[in-house]
Design a protein around this ligand. Structure first.
Ligand code: UD2
Ligand code: MN
Length: 566
């Protein structure tokens, strides 16, 4: 393993953000360990310069040359199973909600591709980065994914930066996660296992890990991840530069079926008014602010599972709301709080960690997942979103009057920290999120009075249809604002893009589109497009909704779920 090379002060560039770069240099193969590459600086250069305190990421990836390079899944390639293993594959899926059979086939020290932008190799990091406690909270995790997560941290992090790895076992019942896990982890003196005596959920689980953590920085990870080469230093560097920088790696995808590894797109975190976390494209203003591919990406929210934060700063801003149960919304809570209370949340393109994204969870939610998630969302909305919480409730009318517990302490925390309000956050941090018109004249389902029992429905696509009314919101949940738009989530109803089309279908599209329809609900119950004077009707196919010349037909008469005064 080549040791890192000192880079002379005279060769460094400093950019305005205080991030330092080494100029590009000719690289030479060292011939050590096959694929390792290190920088060569001539003796002459080294003689007349002071030793520096910055260095490039060390090539610490001891798995780049795996023992069995042809082994399944090495270098992140897909693993295809044989038809005769179908039954085992099925059992594994049931157990893990991902292809556990395939995960078990793959080495716990497999190589994964280095997907960082090339410029990352020239970045310099301080020799005195803060140390970190890695906190991995898990419940009923599969053996191979959990163990692979730990190996990847150890194999791809400078040992002096890892104060400890705390595995928080959130009351798992599976036997292999007890004594066998203890025994396996004995080989790693830095690994501590904290067993919770009750099921606490990932939020309080992480908090319990925090209580015993000794590192200056806390790095939280999920229990089915694989850290990429050089993943840690760029995050710790940003925290060293400012303890209010809270940083997340780029989260690459580990396919739940084939365990193939795919680099994440250049995206950042947002959310919808239903309080769902969303990956979003990076807007132009943020791309322009960044000087090169390595620059941090400011992100309105984090996905939640993988991030690093200065421990004292985490405590200062009141950690997580301990009233959040099991799973969900803690990522929005922390994101809002970081931005609104003076911090900075960013994703680091030079830091890559893979995560197994899966469609469902292998563990139980004692209170049911919808109820738990909604209650958590309500707590966050109540504390952080000011009057904008009305938009969330408007989209989730079934939550009216539901219990979300006591949030007094969280509100006091917000006052004490003298945080900005949510309006400031929306305007300054997430200006591209469309804000639905708060004042609505009607809301809920839009019932057709000609075809009885039918409502307007998006059918999960973007062309509006008539579909039997089901009364549970979702794709039949619309708001009709005093600004005359019909909103569906973040979208608004628009006319068809084909101007001359004989049939004018109705779509859900961007609210700033020139095709957004301004509606008038006439006294006789029609929904009329104020521009063309045409009326909302059911097409002759009895399915798609269209704009048609207004006439005396009951299928042109509509009734909203609820009406409101101005
Ligand atoms: C995402 C986050 C996850 C968390 C969640 C919202 C990523 C990659 N993942 O969901 O970290 O922020 O959104 O809350 O950003 N766990 C427990 N006890 C529980 C439930 C879960 O210890 O009661 C563990 C679980 O074993 C896993 C971690 O918490 O290691 C996150 O759970 P997940 O992987 O099911 O969540 P995910 O990735 O869908
Ligand atoms: Mn996860």
């Amino acid at each position: 393993m080549p040791s890192f090379q000192k880079v002379p002060e005279s060769q460094k560039d400093v950019n305005l953000d205080g991030v330092k770069y080494a100029p590009r240099q000719k690289r030479k193969e060292t011939g050590i360990e096959g694929s390792s590459v290190s920088l060569q600086i001539s003796d002459e250069e080294q003689n007349h310069v002071q030793p520096e305190t910055m260095h490039r990421v060390q090539n610490l990836d001891v798995t780049t040359a795996p023992r069995n390079p042809k082994g399944p899944g090495e270098y992140g390639v897909s693993v295809i199973t044989r038809p005769e293993d179908e039954a085992k594959v099925k059992t594994g899926w049931k157990h893990a909600s991902f292809n556990e059979f395939v995960s078990d086939m793959i080495s716990v020290e497999r190589a994964i591709p280095d997907v960082r932008p090339e410029e990352c190799q020239d970045k310099l990091y301080s020799d005195s980065l803060p140390s970190t406690s890695i906190i991995i909270c898990f419940t009923e995790e599969s053996w191979s994914t959990l163990v692979r997560s730990v190996h990847s941290v150890i194999n791809r992090s400078p040992p002096q930066l890892i104060k400890e790895i705390i595995l928080v076992d959130d009351f798992s019942s599976r036997e292999y996660l007890k004594a066998p896990l203890d025994k396996y982890m004995k080989r790693f003196p830095q690994v501590k296992i904290l067993r919770l005596e009750n099921r606490e959920g990932l939020i309080r689980g992480r908090l319990r890990g925090t209580e015993i953590a000794q590192g200056e920085v806390l790095t939280f990870l999920d229990s089915h991840i694989e850290c990429g080469v050089g993943w840690l230093e760029p995050m710790l560097q940003r925290i060293k530069e400012d303890r209010r920088n809270v940083v997340a790696p780029m989260i690459d995808g580990i396919d739940a079926t084939k365990f193939s590894y795919a680099a994440s797109n250049l995206i950042r975190g947002g959310f919808s008014w239903e309080m769902q976390f969303k990956w979003k494209p990076i807007p132009d203003y943020e791309m322009k602010r960044r000087k090169d591919e390595t620059w941090p990406i400011r992100s309105p929210t984090m996905a939640g599972g993988l991030f690093a934060i200065d421990k004292s700063y985490f405590l200062e801003i009141g950690t997580y709301d301990p009233g959040l149960e099991i799973w969900g919304a803690e990522n929005l809570e922390l994101s809002f709080k970081i931005w609104m209370c003076g911090g900075n949340l960013e994703m680091i393109p030079c830091s890559h960690v893979g995560h197994v994204f899966r469609a469902s969870q292998p563990y139980k939610f004692p209170e049911g997942n919808i109820k738990t998630f909604m209650r958590n969302n309500m707590r966050v909305a109540e504390v952080w979103m000011d009057e904008y919480k009305d938009i969330f409730y408007a989209l989730k009318p079934q939550l009216k009057g539901e219990d979300y517990g006591d949030v007094t302490e969280r509100k006091e925390l917000r006052d004490r920290l003298q945080c900005h309000d949510f309006k400031w956050y929306l305007q300054n941090i997430y200006p591209e999120l469309p804000i639905p018109d708060l004042k609505v004249q009607a809301r809920g389902e839009l019932r057709n009075l000609g075809k009885i029992g039918y409502c307007m429905d998006t059918m999960g696509a973007n062309a509006m249809c008539a579909h039997p009314c089901h009364g549970i919101g979702h794709n039949q949940m619309f708001s009709f604002s005093w600004q005359q738009k019909i909103w569906f989530g973040e979208l608004c109803l628009t006319s068809s893009p084909y101007q001359r089309a004989s049939i004018q279908q109705i779509f859900a599209n961007q609210c700033n589109s020139p095709r957004v329809i301004h509606w008038q609900h006439t006294v006789n119950g029609k929904m009329m497009d104020t521009k063309t004077g045409k009326c909302l009707d059911i097409g002759t196919d009895q399915k798609f909704l269209i704009l048609k010349t207004c006439e005396n037909s009951a299928t042109q008469n509509w009734k909203w779920g609820m009406y409101f005064d101005r």
